[in-house]
Design a protein around this ligand. Structure first.
Ligand SMILES: [Zn+2]
Ligand SMILES: [Zn+2]
Length: 360
């Protein structure tokens, strides 16, 4: 029976992994399965750093199995395909996001909502159907069932496009599902980080009138001039919040820290929806009255299914949407994680895996 990351599978792989809750990443030799019938194998070129990578590396959620190789915003070029692969060929540019597996038969999977499949397998640090660990994109190559592989649009940059595979779909999906994708819709975006800045770009591409909420006045210029948001509200300023009462059709709330949601509900118009994407540690402080008056909804949303992720990539390519990124070599990853913890990045780190990760 296989017992170590190096010997579970026949194909040697090389990456960076965290080995304990310090979250410090260092080189790891591990293994990946041989290319099976439906598998696509690809050389990793770029991989975005999502805040989830940091949580998993440090075992913040108590679910991490070490060693963990994070990374689920992975872009690369196909090097091998299995005998029954239909959608990809060697040389294709491809992406893999947060999922590499789901049951493919439950009601969620049948409706292209793999992200809600109870048997879903996430890309880095989780258990695959064969009992072995999954390893993410901070590594030289990936192998995945073709169902979980995305076609990379020709005119979408590989580096600044990579974060779309998580941050992009996480914001695109709720805008679509909750009907906030119509021209003229008034959409609020709370928090201007990795998710928030893409939410603004997506909503603008749909033709929405976008209001950014932030507690940092320093973000105003970036929101208005950089991201072309229409309005900026300092959410700590009661007068500004009051002036926005009852105006928004929906709000995409990307903040993971504890924060009051009642003032945000106040800015929603009748039938407005507040969609939560962040996971604050404490339960929400929510008064029923604030929902009843105006038949408002508080909802949540998690990434998106594979079909919708492909649709999102094609939409992003068409509208020229990419993330604002700082491209780094892999040996900078620990510094990047420290900076991410302090929100010291505008707005996403992307690792140049192809040029900087070399097997030792
Ligand atoms: Zn992510
Ligand atoms: Zn399923």
């Amino acid at each position: 029976m296989a017992t170590s990351p190096e010997s579970e599978h026949p194909i040697k792989a090389y990456g960076y992994a965290a080995r304990d809750p310090s979250g410090s990443l260092s080189p790891l030799v591990f293994s990946r399965r041989a290319t099976e019938e439906k598998d696509v194998r690809f050389k990793v070129l770029y991989c975005g750093i999502c805040h989830t990578d940091l949580h998993l590396a440090k075992n913040d959620w108590g679910i991490t199995k070490y060693p963990i190789t994070p990374g689920h915003e992975i872009v690369g070029v196909v090097t091998e395909v299995g005998s029954k692969v239909e959608k990809f060929k060697v040389g294709d540019k491809v992406g893999v996001g947060y999922l590499v597996g789901s049951c493919r038969s439950c009601k969620n999977c049948a409706s292209d909502y793999e992200q809600y499949c109870p048997k879903q397998v996430a890309t880095g640090g989780f258990t695959y159907f064969d009992g072995t660990q999954t390893y993410g994109g901070y590594s030289d190559h990936m192998v995945s069932d073709e169902h979980f592989v995305l076609h990379w649009p020709e005119n979408l940059p590989l580096d600044s496009g990579a974060p779309l595979l998580c941050a992009g779909i996480t914001t695109y999906s709720p805008l679509r599902y909750f009907g906030l994708d119509k021209p003229g819709t008034k959409v609020g975006v709370v928090g201007l980080g990795g998710l928030g800045h893409i939410a603004v770009k997506m909503a603008k591409a749909f033709g929405a009138e976008v209001t950014v909420f932030s507690t940092s006045m320093a973000k105003k210029q970036e929101a208005i001039e950089g991201l072309k948001a229409d309005h900026f509200i300092n959410s700590r300023d009661e007068d500004q919040m009051k002036a926005a009462m009852g105006t928004l059709d929906g709000i995409i709330d990307t903040v993971s820290a504890n924060h009051p949601i009642l003032p945000l509900l106040g800015t929603l118009a009748t039938h407005g929806k507040l969609v939560l994407l962040g996971i604050p540690p404490k339960p929400l402080d929510l008064a029923a009255f604030s929902l009843i008056m105006g038949r408002k909804t508080v909802a949540g949303s998690n990434i998106g299914g594979l079909k919708e992720t492909q649709e999102m990539l094609d939409f992003a390519a068409k509208h020229g949407i990419t993330a604002d990124v700082e491209v780094i070599p892999i040996d900078y990853v620990n510094t990047a994680m420290e900076r991410l913890l302090k929100s010291d990045v505008r707005y996403r780190f992307v690792i140049d895996v192809g040029n900087s990760l070399k097997a030792e």
